[in-house]
Design a protein around this ligand. Structure first.
Ligand code: SF4
Length: 460
């Protein structure tokens, strides 16, 4: 499995949906831009035209590259869904861009989802044996096929319920029909999805930052296993599946989500700041100053600096103009890629012992380069403090982090990790502190402890 760069995790897509909102596609364009951090490979918007037909535009690239005024104007109407994509199934073809349009004369619809269906191969092969044809490797097409093929008599609720019953894994899904918007979350609650109000209409979005961007008022989170049907009669809720567990992805809080988002009542910035405070309490550093790895660890670094009484300095800076998806085929080119993206500031770190706060270490190559950069810039010591537990297990729920043998912490002790990255010390936040920072009793922490909340269907 190749990594597009050697920094970290790869984001896992974002969805939005609008129902009865003026200039819905324009608002979707704005909302998708605020979810751009969740995926930069491609994006799309499907809308209900005033005549009741469905229109779609999607393409590879950033939202601002794919959508121009003309394309947004070609999607009139008051209801639409949108998607930003990172190729979670490790396949980046155009055919996998979303939303998917299910073209049926009687019951056309569009569907977009984020996450990963863990039993997709099994369900797909069952359907293929029964004559179903698939044109992509995307789980969304499978989801759409299941909904479409069960739409007897136009009973949307029954058709979606049937798909949800068969599909296992992590997803937040939006479905647009000529007369309604549906939104549902998987039964475990891995991926966030929020409902907002906008004028007389409604908005759903992967993160509340998208609601804020379009001026919507947050109403509530969609619950695990819940299906919302939004139509002319209002919002109707049904629970299609319940597990009793509530396994929000811990990495949403640690890294993926924007700091101004609030996930299930917990501010992402506040979570990260608290994790920095707890990290300092668990593992103080003999340092002169604290710095973050821009920018996802900024909130944790603020907490760590506050708790330690050390100054928070800009010891590392980030070049905002380097493409995040730039593919570097060799290790030496990937190393150059890191140096293009990040640089140490000699006037700040020279002669200083530096505590570097990062959100996570996946393969460790970036951390190793950062430590060397800081030493080259004159730091006398580099103490890495990681605001999450050691990442030792691959994610099967929509996060492309590679296989276990590619993960630095899979078979190394913390001392061996310190040796690999060349720091003076390395320490990690405990799982206990992670939960304490979130104020929750349950999160998915499978990439730290290997306790996967679902069956992984590895007999496929
Ligand atoms: S395994 Fe890790 S990245 Fe994947 S859903 Fe669970 S916490 Fe999130």
């Amino acid at each position: 499995m190749a990594f597009p760069d050697n920094r970290q995790w790869h984001e896992e897509c974002g969805v939005v949906g609008f129902y009865e909102v003026d200039h819905a596609a324009t608002h979707a364009f704005m909302a998708l831009q605020s979810l751009q951090h969740r995926g930069q490979q491609g994006c799309g918007i499907a809308a209900v035209h005033p005549d009741g037909s469905l229109g779609l535009h999607k393409g590879a690239g950033l939202v601002k590259e794919v959508f121009k005024k003309e394309t947004i104007d070609s999607l009139p109407g008051t209801s639409c869904i949108g998607h930003v994509r990172y190729p979670t199934t490790n396949v980046g073809g155009q055919e996998n861009l979303q939303p998917f349009l299910y073209t049926s004369r009687e019951h056309p619809f569009a569907l977009a989802h984020n996450g990963n269906i863990v039993n997709a191969e099994r369900v797909k092969s069952y359907l293929e044996k029964r004559g179903h044809l698939f044109h992509s490797t995307s789980d969304s097409e499978l989801f759409a096929d299941l909904v479409g093929s069960n739409l007897h008599g136009g009973d949307w609720h029954k058709a979606i319920a049937q798909a949800v019953r068969l599909l296992d894994g992590a997803y937040a899904t939006v479905i647009l029909t000529p007369h309604a918007l549906f939104a549902c979350r998987d039964r475990y609650g891995f991926r966030p999805l929020s409902l907002g109000r906008m004028g007389n209409g409604y908005v759903v979005a992967s993160e509340t930052c998208a609601l804020d961007t379009v001026g919507a008022t947050f109403v509530r989170d969609v619950e695990p296993g819940e299906l919302l049907a939004i139509d002319a009669r209002g919002v109707h809720s049904t629970f299609l599946a319940r597990t009793g567990s509530h396994c929000m992805c811990a990495m949403e809080y640690i890294y993926f989500a924007r700091p101004d988002s609030v996930i299930e009542g917990c501010s992402v910035h506040a979570f990260r700041r608290r994790s920095g405070v707890l990290l300092q309490a668990e593992h103080p550093a003999p340092a002169d100053l604290v710095t973050c790895v821009p920018e996802s660890s900024m909130s944790a670094a603020i907490g760590f600096a506050e708790a330690s009484g050390l100054p928070l300095e800009m010891g590392l800076i980030k070049n905002m103009y380097v493409a995040r998806t730039f593919i570097q085929p060799t290790q030496s080119m990937r190393d150059v890629g890191v140096r293009m993206k990040l640089a140490a500031v000699p006037s700040i770190v020279r002669g200083k012992s530096v505590a570097v706060i990062d959100d996570s270490i996946v393969r460790g190559t970036t951390s190793r380069i950062l430590v060397q950069m800081l030493r080259d810039a004159g730091a006398t010591a580099v103490h890495m403090r990681i605001a999450s537990p050691p990442y030792a297990w691959p994610c099967f729920y929509g996060i492309d982090t590679g296989t276990r043998d590619q993960l630095l912490a899979a078979d190394r002790t913390v001392e061996q990790i310190r040796d690999f990255i060349g720091a003076d010390s390395v320490e990690y936040l405990s799982t206990h502190a992670l939960l304490e920072a979130s104020g929750r009793t349950q999160l998915c922490t499978a990439c730290f402890d290997g306790n996967y909340p679902t069956d992984l269907y590895q007999d496929n």
